[in-house]
Ligand binder design. Sequence first.
Ligand SMILES: [Zn+2]
Length: 177
Amino acid sequence: MTITNEIREQVRQRANFACEFCGVTETDTGGELTIDHFRPITKGGDDGLGNLLYCCHRCNQYKLDYWSMQPDEPSLWNPRREPAAQHFLELDDGTLHPLTDEGAFTLNRLRLNRPPLVAYRVQKRQQVEEIRLLTRYREMVQLLEQLNTQLSVLTEEQRHLLEEQRELLKLLLSGRQ
Ligand SMILES: [Zn+2]
């Protein structure tokens, strides 16, 4: 069996066009990524959608045809079965810290703390922070505009009051004469 274009497309879309192990996207790498058999064909895996992962070239290169055959051999994290947060903690400096044995093994095998990936995570964090700041800035500008509108309404009301007061004074003064 071979992987048809249709299946390949399904795997791509299901993964949001990003490597399911490390998160880099087609846009980041400037091209399509690879289709990986989570359980390699040579170790009894099949071409079913449940066994296919979208994977960047580098992760695929490090993963190769690893499959735990013995009970005492460590297993790789399966991104289709469990979320990354279950196995890794992303630290502020962009490195991943393993939370489980599977996480530790996968981190090591796929070199998920390779320097360009760490730099990539730091960049992502900065982008998120910039968007957050920009949103706050926009909210503040909106608030200032609202305040300005309210202020001009108040100024107008005050002007009216002053005019009325002046009219009243005029009346009072003319009444005395
Ligand atoms: Zn990757």
